[in-house]
Write a protein that binds this ligand. Structure first.
Ligand code: ADP
Ligand code: MG
Length: 249
């Protein structure tokens, strides 16, 4: 399927709905992401941003509509879910590193035990990604010995070690002190420059302006507005978007 940009669609969400009990958290979500596209998702707290991106690697299940990732429709088929998780890396607000494993062990865990990569190769790959996020010297330390910004860069490197085709970021800088935000955003900008497909929930509007091909605004479980960054920021169409931007800019 072709997207607006003419490139191949890597994520297709059509008529996606989800409920938590009685609560309708995602309402008819339609979102098509082209390979290599960078999308920023913003919106008020509780609008369904995390739930939407968690549906893409099936950390949450949708109840209606379809989600196709890299040609595979998400269903209860365990093999399909395993395949998707292999293709889709995720970085969370609170890093989610294993505290009892060193940085290097965090990075090699999935390659060694899930993907059966030989140890020497797994460690070489891990070190190359630690170099890319500029902390190869921290490989033998434990997460608790690192700053928040360093831990988040480890989390990004860990995701990249399984060679994903898509990276999901859920407010990756929200838990960081201001002086550490830039070092994480710089790594994300470099990743974008490699052509990685990225969906980032973030309120870092400078990042959105620099990197995003499209900005999506969610409110109350709906995609209310989407546009290229210039138009989105300078000329928001929807009243709810204007109110939101008025609060954060
Ligand atoms: P956002 O990321 O935009 O802040 P979320 O996707 O986390 O929003 O949550 C959207 C809504 O769904 C919120 O009202 C939240 O309380 C609710 N919600 C999220 N996860 C669950 C859950 N596991 N069970 C019940 N309600 C949930
Ligand atoms: Mg969230």
């Amino acid at each position: 399927m072709a997207s607006a940009a003419g490139a191949e669609t890597i994520i297709g969400m059509d008529g996606v709905n989800k409920w938590f009990g009685q609560f309708h958290v995602l309402k008819d979500i339609n979102l098509h992401v082209a390979r290599g596209e960078r999308i920023v998702i913003c919106g008020p707290s509780g609008s369904g941003k995390s739930t939407m991106i968690r549906c893409i690697n099936r950390l949450e299940e949708h109840q209606k509509g379809s989600i196709v990732v890299n040609g595979v429709e998400l269903s209860n088929d365990v093999k399909a879910v395993e395949n998707i998780r292999r293709e889709v890396g995720m970085v969370f607000q609170h890093f989610n590193l294993f505290p009892h494993l060193t940085v290097l062990e965090n990075l090699t865990l999935a390659p060694l035990w899930v993907h059966k990569v030989p140890r020497r190769q797994a460690e070489a790959t891990a070190m190359s990604y630690l170099e890319r996020v500029r902390i190869p010297d921290q490989a033998k330390k434990y997460p608790g010995q690192l700053s928040g910004g360093q831990q988040q860069r480890v989390a990004i490197a860990r995701s990249l070690c399984t060679n994903p085709k898509v990276m999901l970021f859920d407010e990756p800088t929200s838990a960081l002190d201001p002086e550490m935000i830039k070092e994480v955003l710089d790594v994300m900008i470099e990743l974008a420059e490699t052509g990685m497909t990225m969906l980032c929930v973030t309120h870092e509007m400078g990042f959105a302006r620099t990197v995003a091909d499209r900005v999506i605004f969610m409110d109350q479980g709906e995609i209310v507005e989407e546009n290229v960054p210039e138009e989105f920021f300078l000329n928001p169409q929807n009243e709810r978007t204007r109110a939101f931007l008025g609060q954060i800019l």
